[in-house]
Ligand binder design. Structure first.
Ligand code: ZN
Ligand code: ZN
Length: 331
């Protein structure tokens, strides 16, 4: 890494960032295998989200017979469970990393403090603003989408296959959920950057130039509706509720984790829990790049992949001037 880059970030992972090897032809089986091991090893946010999904499915979800009719009781139970889960994950990470700074700034991408005393944010405070938008509208929307999905499974609208119906498909679909999640998110996110939709809706999320765990779901309520709408996949593909929960957990648990602003949480015996997302951190700083994730082809297809290097800075500068020229021409 160059000296200039060291100044640009307090900490950066190994650069340049590269998109997932399964997106490149010819396919390199060894590289793909390494990528799969890296993204599915136990101490990662992905595996935690999967474990949480199974736990919720087993112990904190309605039965299919309960969900046959949309009743307030089980819907409220999902809402309370979502509130508790988000508070534990985002609140726990915030207290550990940002408030008490237990592991210092060693693995923090941008060491500047989160914003206070700025009228840009509700309550003039970034953390309070982010907490409000995450706990209030986000959890209502998440609960609504999940309840609809449970109701659809219970009434045969969503095709329900259990593990016993098709064990191979059950496992394959679990593997595909993260890919679906990033593809759907990337496409929706790119559209949210266009014209007035950005100005009125997505700019709420981009008030957060530097980010913390509560920033992950800090967005306009319309964007919450779009974000969680990826569960529509399960209206057409045969699946079990645990697949649907795994998709939803990419937002309720995944968004706070990917917005911590840290590359990892240090664990005893030199272990790390991988949860950072430098690719998305670049998006928060440079805005018109990295709309998807490293497992989505979108950014490379549209020439907006910022790999974290000075070349990426130049790419985004050229892209910004092209976009502003186009906006001038249209106005
Ligand atoms: Zn974000
Ligand atoms: Zn954005």
């Amino acid at each position: 890494m160059t000296a200039r880059k060291r100044q640009a970030w307090n900490y950066a992972p190994e650069l340049p960032l590269r998109s997932a090897p399964f997106l490149h032809w010819p396919l390199r089986p060894a590289a793909i295998a390494r990528h799969l091991v890296k993204t599915w090893r136990p101490l990662t946010s992905r595996v935690l989200m999967l474990a949480v999904s199974f736990a919720l499915w087993e112990w904190a979800s309605p039965s299919l017979s309960e969900a046959e009719s949309l009743r307030l009781g089980w819907v409220l139970e999902i809402w309370v469970r979502n509130l508790v889960l988000l508070t534990v994950v985002a609140g726990g990470l915030h207290l550990f990393l940002q408030r008490h700074r237990v592991q210092g700034d060693g693995l923090r991408y941008d060491a500047r403090p989160l914003t206070r005393n700025k009228s840009l944010f509700l309550f003039n405070d970034q953390v309070k603003d982010n907490m409000f938008l995450s706990l209030v509208p986000a959890m209502v929307v998440a609960t609504a989408w999940e309840s609809l999905a449970w109701w659809a499974y219970a009434n045969g609208i969503a095709p329900h296959w259990s593990f016993d119906d098709n064990p191979v498909w059950f496992v394959v679909l679990l593997g595909l959920v993260p890919i679906w999640s990033v593809l759907y998110f990337g496409a929706g996110h790119w559209l949210l950057h266009r014209g007035p939709v950005y100005r009125y809706i997505h700019s709420w999320h981009h008030r957060n130039m530097n980010i913390g765990p509560w920033s992950g779901l800090s967005m306009h309520p319309v964007e919450h509706v779009i974000l969680y709408s990826d569960v529509v996949l399960f209206l057409v593909l045969p699946s079990s509720p645990v697949h649907m929960l795994f998709a939803i957990m990419h937002h309720t648990v995944g968004a706070p984790m990917s917005h911590t602003g840290y590359d990892a949480v240090r664990l005893p015996v030199r272990q790390r829990f991988e949860l950072g997302d430098f690719h998305h951190q670049l998006h928060h700083r440079f805005i018109e790049c990295n709309y998807g994730g490293i497992e989505s082809p979108l950014d490379e297809l549209i020439g907006a992949f910022h790999d974290g290097t000075p070349d990426g800075d130049q790419m985004v500068a050229a892209r910004l001037s092209r976009l502003s020229e186009r906006r001038r021409a249209q106005s």
